[in-house]
Write a new protein. Sequence first.
Length: 236
Amino acid sequence: MFRFKQFTIRQERAAMKVCTDACVLGAWVDVGDGGRLLDIGTGTGLLALMAAQRNTSAQIDAVEIDADAYAQAVDNVADSPFAGRVRVHHQAIQAFAALSEHQQQYSRILTNPPFYTNQLRSPDAAVNRALHTDDLPFDDLLSAVRQLLRPDGQWWILLPPYEMKVVTTLAQSYELYPFHQLDLRHHAQKPVFRQVTGFSFTEKPIEVHELAVYETDGRTYTDAFRNLLRNYYLIF
């Protein structure tokens, strides 16, 4: 169980647990003001609930293919103050995107997708679904985003640097272009281990920022990280 200031994430049934980089994604991205938001692969419902806290009038759809994670997200949303504005769908995003009622409806799409392609598999099928791209190849993800995002919308994704390069290259064929990037480091002397990138249908120069989670001692949170997560983490 992970308690935030305005909601609680129970995660015993979900393969993907709350992690620091996902929290950074949820706190950093531009979630807009009002409109409709989509969380692809919501897992426990973390990103959908973080977005609901920041965008106080948005209607949010959260899609999850795994049955146990879906049930967990439904419970977490129901127990939150945002239950009236967040709807969880037990569905593959490919099928969800094919429904005309959803196409070009979302001003913001958030994604913390599986990204492993050739690594060894776990004996746990739910872990494989959460971590590996078998059920959601990058091309399928980009196709879904292309169908669902409004012409003036933004798509935000969290990936390791290599996979982000792959997605950025593929995205061009879907007319999606990066405009904002956050490089995330464990501390200033460590390499970038995750990137948060915003894409839109408009080509423009990319704005790049950097965030270190810890000071160089590896234990003390940086002021920048504290300020980013201040509205969510109880310890801040």
